[in-house]
Design a protein around this ligand. Sequence first.
Ligand code: ADP
Ligand code: MG
Length: 628
Amino acid sequence: MGKIKILPPHEAQKIAAGEVVDRPANVVKELIENSLDAGASHLILSCHDGGKKSITIIDNGCGMSPEDARLAILNHATSKLQSVDDLQAISTFGFRGEALASVAAVSHMTLTTKTAEAVEGIQLTLEAGTMVAEQASACNTGTSLEIKDLFYNLPARKKFLKKEETEWHAIYHMLQALCLAHRKCTFTVHHNDHLVLHAPAANTLQERIAQIFDAQLATLMIPCTTQSKDGSCSVTGIVSHPTHHRYDRNQIFLFVNNRWVKNHKLGQALIKAYASILPARRYPSAALFITIDPLLVDINIHPRKEEVQFLHPRLVEEAVEQMVHAALQAKTSQDLGKKAHVPHHASPFAQQTSAPQPFQSKNNSGSTPFAFATPQKSSTNTWSFGAKKETPPQPHVLTTNYNPPDQEIDLPSLSEENSIQNSIYTAPESALQDHFEYQLIGQVHTTYIIIETAEGIVLIDQHAAHERILYELFAQRFTNVATTQLMFPHLITLTPHEGSLITPWLPLFTDHGIVLEPLNEHQFMLKAIPVTLKNVVIEELLKTTLNLVQENNTLNQTELSTLLHDQLRAMMACKAAIKAGDVLDEQQMHELIRKLHATENRMTCPHGRPTTWKLSVNDIERKFKRVE
Ligand code: ADP
Ligand code: MG
């Protein structure tokens, strides 16, 4: 007897269903799209257990007649196409009449619906795609669908569902995209009976962003629009100001003909526009809408139509990159116009009472952007570190065991986690030797400190250096961070969804000196902060942590905790560190050099950028061709 058997239709249907919907987020997407197609202006979604236990969607769309309702749940039933002549529409819009039948095949489904004309509606109950009950229903115009126990009859598929939070995040992420694309619709969303989102119809994209992300971010978004060179596609959207950035790409949303899509290259084009503006591995937030002739785009490369391929990808990518680039340039020059002076932040690393003074030669006119000091051979400017036997020429004798007055502790060895990329920075020894004497030359471009050593000159990136110093300090101190109790606790409001994500991590924040007390599920009182930080940045740290938690939901608790600890101290170091543009006086520069010298991993900042760059006399001589 032959081995090949034809699967019974209901088995084949179950398997096919898994291609259309493979997790609760896809079910939600299909159902919401149906509601939107039905003209709904208000959608209520309610999920339990990340959608695994139940998904209910209620809409106020046009509803279905009893006959249509009975047909809708059959395979290849669609009101959106008339015949195979409309095949183009199938490939361009994805109407395949499969979603309802597929979902029904792998769940317990209840469909309740009524049209405006009908006096009463109808309720159909299905088990694994088979109708088990039909009854009249006194319901409102519109449709409600209840899906229970997804994949209960397909254990192989069910096994692959992730834990509750992971499935829920996938749903929530998708909802954000749908909210952006359909801003005239009101979305009300509950998870495990908690209201997690209420986004009334919005007039602008900014308004929508304020509802689904946060109000502050919305004010930082820059609207932009353009056309591709050949005019075949138009791009409009909104991108974040360069001062806002994130550790992940979760807030980059791309839409083609108003459908949320993924297209790596297009995302890269956007990121490229920020290339020299954002720090390495930081990403903007954006929502970009591409309108293009459906014939110039293929949405069928992915069974769930999540990926798209353009016929002429470069044209679209170029349009995006140039548009965003131009928008950022315009914004930056507008901002510069507003504040023409060099910003000066008080330096947190050394509380000097004297006003900081840029190191400049006295006879400098001040009109040049920066000025090298005439190297002062006077001994007051010569400093010496290390266990040097002979007495240094001047009163300031420092050793590698230096203990700064604010009781920074000696730092133990840490693994060199930041691999150093460029060989120019990978001198086997630190540019700052264990023992060295140096002469401070000064600060240039209010960003770099230059010192002269016996071997040559060393440039120090003041921000990167200070970041590293603080990062190592926080690593040591993290269970005992010096904190300031806030006289007036600061209220932080998150969305309920964010609140539920952050709550398990409150002890981690406490460990870092950020003391947050929950008031309810989405509001927190900020009671104490590390002395090095201002409370304004705490909200940003919270948001970034939230994104990290969401992005890394596949990690186990210990891995995630290590990652968060690491990122949190990197963020705190970045926030608290002196910035490029901060004017430093001599005292502050010496202090920074001294602390850097006593710091582990001092070759790079926590983001992997070099802190110092040594140019040996030999390098200089070679450059000037004094030697071969
Ligand atoms: P498709 O959306 O590709 O047509 P579906 O299986 O998703 O296929 O839906 C089948 C049909 O059921 C739709 O064409 C539509 O006529 C009807 N339908 C589904 N959901 C709704 C809804 N929420 N409101 C009104 N009609 C709906
Ligand atoms: Mg559909």
